[in-house]
Design a protein around this ligand. Sequence first.
Ligand SMILES: Nc1nc2c(c(=O)[nH]1)N[C@H]1C(S)=C(S)[C@@H](COP(=O)(O)O)O[C@H]1N2
Ligand SMILES: [Mo]
Length: 528
Amino acid sequence: MARDTTGEFAWTAGAIAWVVATLVARPLVGSDPLLVAAQAIIETAPGWLATWAIETFGVAARTVLVAGVATGLVITAGTLGAIGDRVTLRRARRSQVLWLTTIGVVIGTAVGFYLAAGGVSFRWLLATVIALTGPGIVWWIYAGVHEPIGRRRALGRIGGGVGALVAGGAIARILGQPPAADGPQPGEALDAVEKTEVGTTTPTPRQATGEETIERQRSTDGVVVSVANDERDFTFDFEGMPPRRHTAEEHFVVDKNITAPNVAAEGWSLSIRGAVDSEKDIAYETLLDHPDRREMTVTTLCISNTVGGDLIGTTDWIGIPVRTLLADAGVTDDAVDVVTHARDGYSEAIPWSVVRDRDDIILAIGMDGKTLPAEHGFPARLLVPGRYGMKSTKWITEIELADSDHTAYWDQRGWDEEAVVNTLSYVRSIQRRNERIAVGGIAYAGTRGVERVEVSLDGGQTWNEAALEDPISPHARRRWQLVVERPDTGPLDVIVRATDGAGNRQTSKRAPPHPSGSAGWHSITVSL
Ligand SMILES: Nc1nc2c(c(=O)[nH]1)N[C@H]1C(S)=C(S)[C@@H](COP(=O)(O)O)O[C@H]1N2
Ligand SMILES: [Mo]
């Protein structure tokens, strides 16, 4: 006699239906139980595991995790079903087990959406009901298996169930995301502020990349390689070169969150606590109108960026020096660390002695001429030029003057605490225009600045001095390019290396991102 696999199928189908239905319900609350579970895993995973995941999967790590959690759930359900098929239980006991499971799924779903929605609401209830429709359909169809319900009725039930799910999905879509709070919104226009650091030159006119006729183009290891039908001289803008500044939309986004915290400016305030004379709560409007508001162009870089990677962005930030805000509260002699706390439970710390000495460590409220976008930390975030991005706490809620050394989120996971950026230079683009070839890219050395960039086209035997774009700010990376006459199309072994403002040449010794940021020369071999 064939083995009974009804339970195995029913439980697997039930779990898949649940996953699909939670996805359908997600827009109602902006998250779902699977995402909540994945987030909990991220935050409780040991440091080595988090690091391994980032290094193995890069920016896709979170997607891989969520897919893994969903797959794990389906496999667990199928396994439980298969076990159920093998144990013989009295009918009454079997139905008890089923009822208990049902209650468990209902409670689990309700709690999961409660955490996702951040409380009890009509949306929470609706999301829970929609999500339960999924396994509900499977239950309804399989309930009749032991007393056959007939094909027509089974098909009718499938149709009815799918219809209910589609209707739920339509409702979820119509209601859409939870409404935004009143008051200032992310990404809203900000009044222009006087630039505190003006570039030393007029900007290079952007040579519209569309004007050159690109005959061939490909991307090799992230480097854009092209052949153009163009007689003009090369500027710093040719196909594949990064822009002088990024827009907010172009800027990379990195954080530990699967769904970004949605913080309303209304009702928000920054609290200043700890070793200060008078604790303070500063409202968003106070920051917007702050007399010391300034704008600066800053490059930020994630410590998990690999050599040649693109977790590096350059844009205009608007903010107020943190030391100015702290001076109002009166920092006492006990203060050791400036600890920033955030809405998502994240924290970071920088020594008070560093914050006290620098007026370029700012509490940013704007980016690219607008209020911060939600994903970049609306309403306010820290910005510490010259340190890896992890130091720059987004969605900040509190600045605490701690009287002892604070162990921050990534510090706890084994990453370098000081996080001063390593000198880097990356190739971004190589283009041929008839007999000439240009190699171009970026170089960055944090607050040390970039003094020199050298490029080798023969695998490091000889080096050529690249032309450096005038600095747009002391805190921005510099673009560079080298143009050579090269009639032949033989292979080029390109290597780039930079020298920082203190005269230190970038190390050739390769290092992975963990624990202190990647290092080593970027190289690429191309023929064009
Ligand atoms: N609250 C909070 N702030 C955070 C993080 C985070 O997970 N939570 N990630 C940090 C990291 S690792 C980086 S690289 C920068 C990236 O900032 P961006 O997304 O604005 O480019 O944010 C930092 N600030
Ligand atoms: Mo980062």
